[in-house]
Design a protein around this ligand. Structure first.
Ligand code: AQP
Length: 345
């Protein structure tokens, strides 16, 4: 078999001096405020502390049957990349790239897949839930965690900032890394999950028992606030959010729907829980919703302005993504070269 990837250059010293962060989002649709709060805002806030790699997980998107439309997938992948930058990911500080532009991920995924018992994959909640909703289940859905492990381990990432729905996937990544290290010698560091203390799981506005999700939002109005929604749509979704018959605004005793609105307010305003409770004392849920609408609109306005500018400059975005993929490939190809030595291929 011919050599597919080889290390071409050694890493620059500054690349290895800080801890490394890797994260990504599937290009399954327009991102929502849950993706922003749980993941994107966390990535943006901590950029200067780490070496950051943020990928658009477009190969993972292929596990979603509705996403199998080449024109749409290309457009959505570019939109997600533009949203990363619009939400504050600085291409000067972080490497932004399309997962598919660094083929070493899939090479490593094969090797990791050969170290991963099928039982581990079949136990994954995301696999069970998504497989149950599909008539024919592609093997990519089952193998999703081995590609995700490769995405993370190929950069020897120390931290993975995500919403808490991803914690099980981070656990299996550590298990896979440990198994590889046991079989072939200590090589991969075990990555740690970074979750927000508050806001790690934003719930559906229409159903606070369900995680806010892109796929549900595509089918149900009022479920989510998308990052590109107009002020009128944002207002309709938030004013229609499920609350309860009470009216007292207390984080500790709030029902799930009210708690969800309070957490959104807390993260977007940066105010403390006690300051928020004092601010809304005696005002009721109507005031909370109205002020949250204003806060969300004010947060999203600059993001939307920047997004549309980036999307207008097609060549600029393409160049940025190519440069990101080239930088990511230097690191990824080095890891694959090491792994080839370790496993004997
Ligand atoms: N509701 C949420 N609250 C907090 N964080 C969230 N994330 C997703 N939903 C919430 C985080 O955003 C990133 C998105 O990753 P993804 O698109 O690859 O995966 P996902 O969790 O499957 O996202 P969605 O929106 O639910 O999409 P669909 O419906 O397409 O599957 C991750 O860090 C995730 O934790």
């Amino acid at each position: 078999m011919s050599v597919i990837v080889q290390a071409q250059e050694t890493l620059q010293p500054e690349i290895v001096s800080k801890k490394t962060v890797l994260s990504g989002i599937q290009s399954t649709g327009i991102l929502h405020i849950g993706n922003y709060v749980g993941a994107l805002s966390l990535w943006a806030a901590n950029q200067s502390q780490y070496n950051n790699l943020f990928m658009v997980a477009n190969l993972h998107t292929l596990t979603v049957p509705e996403a199998l439309n080449p024109t749409e997938l290309r457009r959505k992948s570019r939109e997600v990349a533009a949203l990363y930058i619009a939400c504050g990911i600085d291409p000067g500080e972080s490497i932004i790239f399309l997962q598919s532009d660094v083929p070493a991920h899939t090479y490593l995924a094969w090797i990791l897949g050969c170290c991963t018992p099928v039982g581990w994959l079949e136990r994954m909640t995301q696999y069970k839930v998504k497989a149950a909703a599909q008539e024919t289940v592609g093997s990519g859905l089952l193998n999703y965690p081995t590609l995700q492990a490769a995405d993370i381990l190929i950069y020897k990432a120390n931290y993975v900032p995500v919403g808490d729905d991803q914690n099980q996937h981070l656990e299996i990544t550590r298990d896979i890394a440990q198994r590889f290290n046991h079989l072939f010698g200590e090589y991969f560091p075990l990555p740690e999950t970074l979750n927000r203390r508050s806001g790690a799981r934003i719930m559906g506005l229409d159903d606070p028992a369900q995680k806010m999700s892109k796929s549900i939002a595509a089918k149900k109005q009022g479920h989510a606030v998308a990052l590109l929604d107009s002020p009128a749509t944002i207002k309709k979704a938030i004013m229609g959010a499920v609350t309860d018959a009470g009216g007292e605004i207390q984080f500790a005793t709030a029902s799930p729907g009210v708690k969800n609105l309070l957490v959104l307010y807390e993260v977007l305003s940066g105010d403390s829980q006690s300051a928020i409770e004092a601010h809304f004392a005696g005002k009721g849920y109507g005031a909370l919703k109205r002020e949250l609408v204003d806060l969300v609109v004010a947060t999203l306005q600059p993001i939307q302005d920047k997004f549309y500018k980036l999307m207008d400059d097609e060549q600029g975005l393409n160049e940025l993504l190519s440069a990101g993929a080239a930088k990511a490939s230097l690191i990824a190809n080095q890891t694959v070269a090491d792994v080839r030595q370790l496993v004997g291929v």
